[in-house]
Design a protein around this ligand. Sequence first.
Ligand SMILES: Nc1ncnc2c1ncn2[C@@H]1O[C@H](COP(=O)(O)OP(=O)(O)O)[C@@H](O)[C@H]1O
Ligand SMILES: [Mg+2]
Length: 226
Amino acid sequence: MNHVVQCEKVTKIFEQGLIKVNALTDVDLAIEKAEFICLSGPSGSGKSTLLNMIGGLDTPTSGEVYIDGEEIDELNKSELADLRLHKIGFVFQAYNLIPVLSAQENIEMVMQMQGVSKKERNEKSSAILEEVGLQGMEKRIPPELSGGQQQRVAVARAIVSRPSLVLADEPTANLDSVTANKLIDLMLQMNEIHKTTFIISTHDPMIMQRSKKLVKLHDGRIIDIT
Ligand SMILES: Nc1ncnc2c1ncn2[C@@H]1O[C@H](COP(=O)(O)OP(=O)(O)O)[C@@H](O)[C@H]1O
Ligand SMILES: [Mg+2]
């Protein structure tokens, strides 16, 4: 059976001159469709590095990452770009929207790169804006939206093309706890309705509590899965 994500002995060593940092060591992780996973661990434990490996934004020093059964390392540049574009949605810490484009244009940008027609882009972005509770705000640019609203746009942009997987790196880091909770509500809802797999990194205990599965990292190793 193919997992959405499979990491086998993933190790990442960053070398800076003579200094070597073992950011990840022998990480084994298998994730099934529709899972909702929280990656937790203190700052520097390897959360972002692991998400970057899974998203094909960086490659392991050794070990393998498979997405839907395909080994990322074996893909050429354009196959990898294709995989990222069609199978994975990304949400980062706040401020990853394009500030001069409206909420709707930000959401449509990925679809535009995918070659979706203007009519279909408009229909899909309108529907998703409503789904994430931003109807009436289509034309606003990010500086005219609150932090929580901006992250809703980011989630909408990540899920609009129904990717198999959404990777979110500390998506609530810049939000107050009420707004953070609402963003998690939204992601859980999208997970339930669309069966999208979510992997969210955080060091916020409240988010960890709400996750369906918790993967704890420490010094680049998985120390617990609950
Ligand atoms: N590009 C890089 N070059 C050198 N070291 C890095 C780089 N990215 C991350 N690291 C190091 O790898 C370790 C894990 O970092 P990171 O994955 O960012 O942790 P987290 O996201 O859990 O805070 C840290 O020691 C960090 O300093
Ligand atoms: Mg990080």
